[in-house]
Design a protein around this ligand. Structure first.
Ligand code: FAD
Ligand code: NAD
Length: 549
């Protein structure tokens, strides 16, 4: 049965979140195949008739001046070839479950490889949790808050502007617009690539059949030769908390917060907890950040972890380390968090940000002989194949690293393995990009790891406050650290703290990827634009070389 799990109420359909943009609002006709399937099929058939065997032309390329079709010289899979697909008795060559980044990348790779593809998702819009409740709204919200902070800091405006707290859902106005734009862009990708998007909850009937439950309670079956499960994840909700209470939030529900608070508890100091700590302090809230461990984001380079903890304290975050929830007391206008250590914290609201679970329980995995782990995640091999040979999985539903960036690449790779690409490689190295204020980004090894492995490394540092560009744009804190082998000068790790860190890291990543040229000398022997933030690499490289004797 493809019934929606009750605990998913706010997560996966996203219908009751205010970030969901209706088709009406976005000005786009609803896509569902169940309402327009016949018309679309007719259109596709018409296009096939227009494709003659001797001329290769793309049906989407039309000369804007005279409306004639533009011939293309390179080989192109004609629709007539594409929709015939592989030789089998099923409706689709491949069905993709979930239209988030992993599902989209898989679908695009498959359709470009000549497969007939359908994507199933219960949301009315494509984009997945990433676009509707995860990456996109949180990053757009962060940008609005970042702008607000800079606005308040600028002496030209501070006198004129009486600072007031603004409810979160008002600050989200910009995020809603970004979501609309993203949905429009991605909807076009599916349309242009002639991928059928079916709206409904998918669950397995057997290894080649899905049951799809539509909004109106109508069920439909879809048959497929192969499938990719990219159903993503949702916030983990422990039974001891009542998420229906208006003062208890998770990272999905927080986007609906429509009242102003003075103080908020964030339980869980992972990436989501830390990013929201920045957002809330930027809005002027007092934050109690409850960390189960003794260090913030303990997998980071410890200097960077110390730096973010220091800046959080400066901005009014009270970090409470090594704490664990006992229970939560809820009242109409406040909550009290009771910790196992005996502490009690009173606050206007609580944001629970302690982990996520894979969306597998509604999939009826038993019907295909698969089982998810205790976090709802699926196990896959190096080709993203599950234990069932025609069923693959990618993105958050397989666990590591649970990032939109990696989900997209995993989806594309899973599809590449599925179609037998000889150069396909699983995703193995992913940079960290944490959008706190300031940002954090890293790639490669940390000092602690290199010390444990007894690698003779050295450190080169550049502090943003000394860079001309940073001074011009008003960056006060930030550092770029390059860790390199003191004998070979090979770059082993790059750690960046400061605004634009998530962009800056990619310069170093590119050099590290060039195996034979991966040395610190690249940054010394290359002229950088001036003034730029990228200049930090040259400054850090020279700083590091001065330590080598
Ligand atoms: C607050 C927050 C901030 C984040 N920030 C970042 C960031 O800055 N950078 C980054 O890289 N990552 C970030 N992430 C992580 C990122 O959002 C996820 O890694 C990404 O969404 C995973 O993509 P996915 O394709 O696996 O699944 P999702 O985006 O979760 O999409 C899965 C889709 O599957 C659908 N689905 C579920 N069940 C079914 C079913 N039975 N049948 C059909 N469809 C189904 C869902 O409706 C959903 O649309 C953030 C996450 C959160 C929560
Ligand atoms: N900028 C970014 O890249 C970004 C931003 C936000 C979120 N994310 C992704 O979202 C994911 C969730 O982040 P988070 O901060 O909520 O948590 P997290 O994954 O960092 O974990 C927080 C804590 O919850 C525990 N936990 C995780 N899943 C659990 C489950 N199902 N049941 C019980 N405990 C569980 C973990 O062991 C950990 O102690 C992360 O994997 C992160 O990669 C990324």
């Amino acid at each position: 049965m493809g019934s929606k799990p009750i605990s998913d109420a706010t997560n996966d359909t996203g219908k009751d979140t205010q970030t969901e943009v209706s088709n009406k609002e976005s000005g786009r006709a609803p896509n569902p195949e169940h309402t327009e399937g016949k018309t679309k099929k007719a259109k596709i058939e018409q296009t096939h008739e227009q494709v003659t065997d001797d001329i290769m032309h793309h049906p989407d390329l039309v000369n804007p001046l005279d409306d004639t079709r533009i011939d293309i010289k390179t080989p192109f899979t004609k629709d007539s070839q594409r929709i015939k697909g592989d030789k089998h008795k099923y409706e689709y060559d491949v069905v993709v479950l979930g239209a988030g980044p992993a599902g989209e990348a898989a679908a695009m790779k498959l359709t470009k490889s000549g497969k007939k593809v359908a994507v199933i998702d219960p949301r009315e819009q494509v984009g997945g949790n990433s676009t509707h409740v995860g990456t996109i709204p949180s990053k757009a919200l962060r940008q609005s808050v970042f702008n607000l902070i800079n606005f308040r800091r600028d002496p030209m405006f501070t006198k004129a502007m009486e600072y007031q707290q603004v409810p979160l859902n008002r600050v989200l106005a910009n995020a809603r617009q970004v979501i609309r734009n993203q949905v429009t862009t991605h909807t076009r990708f599916y349309e242009r690539n002639r991928i059928d998007v079916i709206h409904g909850w998918a669950s397995f009937l057997d290894e080649h059949t899905l049951n799809v439950e539509k909004d109106d309670g109508v069920f439909e079956t879809v048959t497929f030769n192969k499938a990719i499960i990219t159903v993503g994840s949702r916030p983990y909700r422990p039974d001891i908390l009542d998420f229906n209470h208006p003062r208890v939030f998770d990272s999905d529900k927080i986007l609906q917060m429509d009242y102003v608070v003075k103080k908020i508890i964030i339980y869980g100091a992972g990436v989501i907890g830390c990013e929201y700590a920045s957002i809330f302090t930027g809005l002027g809230y007092k934050v109690d950040l409850i960390n189960n461990q003794n260090q913030l984001l303990s997998y980071l380079d410890s200097e960077i972890s110390d730096a973010i903890a220091h800046d959080f304290r400066q901005f009014g975050v009270l970090i409470r380390s090594n704490e664990e929830i006992d229970h939560l007391e809820t009242h109409d206008d406040y909550v009290v968090l009771h910790l196992k250590s005996g502490k009690r914290i009173k606050s206007d609201a609580i944001l629970w940000s302690n982990g996520r679970s894979g969306n597998t329980e509604g999939l009826n995995l038993e019907a295909i002989g698969l089982e998810a782990n205790s976090r709802g995640q699926l196990k896959v091999d190096d080709t993203y194949c599950t234990g069932v040979e025609n069923i693959y999985a990618a993105g958050d539903v397989i666990g590591w690293p649970s990032l939109a960036s990696a989900a997209y690449d995993q989806g594309r790779c899973a599809a590449a393995f599925m179609v037998g690409d000889s150069d396909a490689e699983p995703v193995s190295s992913v940079p960290t990009g944490i959008y706190t204020i300031p940002e954090i980004s890293c790639i490669g090894k940390t000092e602690q790891e290199l010390t444990d492995e007894k690698v003779p490394y050295e450190v080169g540092q550049a502090f943003f406050k000394h860079l001309a560009r940073a001074q011009i744009i008003g960056e006060r804190s930030g550092v770029l650290k390059i860790l390199f082998h003191r004998d070979t000068l090979e770059i082993l790790g790059i750690h960046c703290y400061g605004n634009h860190a998530s962009e800056i890291i990619h310069i170093g990543q590119a050099v590290m990827k060039c195996k034979s040229n991966n040395t610190l000398e690249y940054f010394v022997n290359t002229t950088f634009n001036y003034p730029t933030m990228a200049e930090a690499y040259r400054v850090a490289a020279l700083n590091g070389l001065n330590r080598v004797f």
